[in-house]
Ligand binder design. Structure first.
Ligand SMILES: Cc1cc2nc3c(=O)[nH]c(=O)nc-3n(C[C@H](O)[C@H](O)[C@H](O)COP(=O)(O)OP(=O)(O)OC[C@H]3O[C@@H](n4cnc5c(N)ncnc54)[C@H](O)[C@@H]3O)c2cc1C
Ligand SMILES: *[C@@H]1O[C@H](CO)[C@@H](O)[C@H](O)[C@H]1NC(C)=O
Ligand SMILES: *[C@@H]1O[C@H](CO)[C@@H](O)[C@H](O)[C@H]1NC(C)=O
Length: 338
């Protein structure tokens, strides 16, 4: 049987996860990953990569739970294997703290992480501005290591990689049978999904090897995430802000807010500063569509718009996208028989 040509657009954590899932599960497909930018230049590269999530409004909670659990279990296996340092995946324990007791005291992902519990009064004492908190062990996935590791895995499964910017779907519709769209914020400009918008995030990397626990304010704006080589401190959430340059005021504000939670940070050396634009959308788009392109109906599988939770949901949504590619294949076979 002639092999089916699949192209995955995007080399961030969504694109590479999806490409690996397809290449490993469907050896009859020849899979090409095509992107404008690769590691270390994607949004994914700078993400803190800590696993937890907020609820998306219109996607059934069961599906969101699966996305989270599939991702968590996949990364947990890596964290507990010999691949952990090369893949940049580690376990991370710590606290999420709240100034007011949140309405949702038991997030939907609490059963997927390890040892989720309320913090005790004694533990909360060191955070005098905070009333409530949750302690648990989750995963930190550092994409600057994880993406090159996934790329190796993809090539080993026979995948091909091409660096190119595409301006529209027609450009690739001739050479491929199925298009998988993991272009993140690029989806906005490609042909214009106006539901995708940037949420600007600035973070710093600091040297503070004495810190072993993450601390995250429940409002999502202030966080301290110890990693393998440095500690990521942040952050900002500026909607519809396209500025990619570092903002000195943001830097100062991050250092002040984080030192309030962890006073020893005033002793930490700042190693680097970074800005990324979260590819945000009311709900991520993980669905299949037939697009009419130059007289041909081309199956397109979309997988983009993960906002601030792309690292968390990458493997789970990639498995969903693989299921959608399988459906496309089944329909192709049916067509061929008719
Ligand atoms: C400061 C910050 C902290 C974060 N922390 C976390 C966290 O702790 N946990 C978490 O889960 N998430 C976090 N995120 C969110 C996470 O970074 C994103 O959800 C994730 O990176 C999205 O991945 P992606 O693959 O969709 O997009 P990207 O990484 O942006 O990749 C998009 C790819 O598409 C390609 N592309 C786009 N348009 C075209 C085109 N026209 N032609 C060719 N190629 C194209 C690009 O070149 C690129 O390769 C954070 C984000 C920021 C900014
Ligand atoms: C955690 O705290 C909340 C709020 O006080 C409470 O409703 C909930 O029952 C607690 N959960 C456990 C497991 O103690
Ligand atoms: C990706 O999806 C967006 C939104 O529908 C669209 O504008 C863009 O053309 C798609 N890109 C590819 C390569 O499929």
């Amino acid at each position: 049987m002639k092999s089916v040509r699949v192209v995955v657009v995007g080399a961030g954590v969504i694109g590479f996860s999806t490409a690996v899932c397809i290449a490993e599960a469907l050896p009859l497909c020849s899979v090409t990953l095509l992107a404008d930018k690769f590691s270390p230049e994607t949004t994914s590269d700078g993400a803190a990569g800590i696993l937890f999530a907020a609820k998306f409004p219109d996607i059934p909670l069961e599906r969101q739970k699966c996305w989270f659990k599939d991702s968590f279990d996949h990364l947990l296996a890596i964290a507990q294997s010999q691949h952990s340092p090369e893949a940049g995946v580690m376990l991370s324990s710590g606290w999420q703290i709240f100034k007011e007791v949140p309405a949702d005291k038991k997030p939907f992902w609490s059963e997927s992480v390890i040892g989720f519990r309320n913090m005790t009064e004694a533990e909360l004492k060191r955070f005098p501005d905070h009333k409530f908190g949750q302690a648990f062990t989750t995963i930190k996935c550092e994409c600057s290591s994880y993406l090159p590791w996934l790329e190796k895995r993809f090539r080993k499964a026979g995948g091909k990689v091409e660096q190119r910017k595409i301006n529209n779907l027609q450009e690739v519709s001739h050479s491929y049978d199925i298009i998988v769209n993991c272009s993140g914020l690029g989806s906005k400009t490609l042909v214009g999904d106006n539901m995708v918008y940037p949420v600007r995030g600035q973070v710093l990397k600091v040297e503070a090897p004495w810190l072993q626990h993450f601390i995250r304010d429940g409002d999502g704006k202030t966080y301290i995430y110890p990693g393998i080589h440095s500690v990521t401190v942040g952050g900002t959430r500026q909607e519809d802000d396209w500025r990619l340059q570092v903002d000195e005021e943001d830097t100062q504000s991050i250092l002040v807010r984080c030192s309030r939670l962890e006073p020893s940070l005033t002793k930490a050396k700042v190693l680097s500063e970074w800005v990324g634009l979260r590819p945000s959308r009311r709900n991520p788009r993980v669905e299949r569509e037939l697009v009419q392109l130059q007289g041909r109906r081309v199956p397109v599988v979309h997988n983009y718009g993960h906002g601030g939770w792309g690292v968390t949901l990458a493997w789970g949504t990639a498995l969903d996208a693989l299921g959608l590619v399988r459906q496309c294949l089944r329909e192709k076979q049916l067509q061929a028989k008719l």
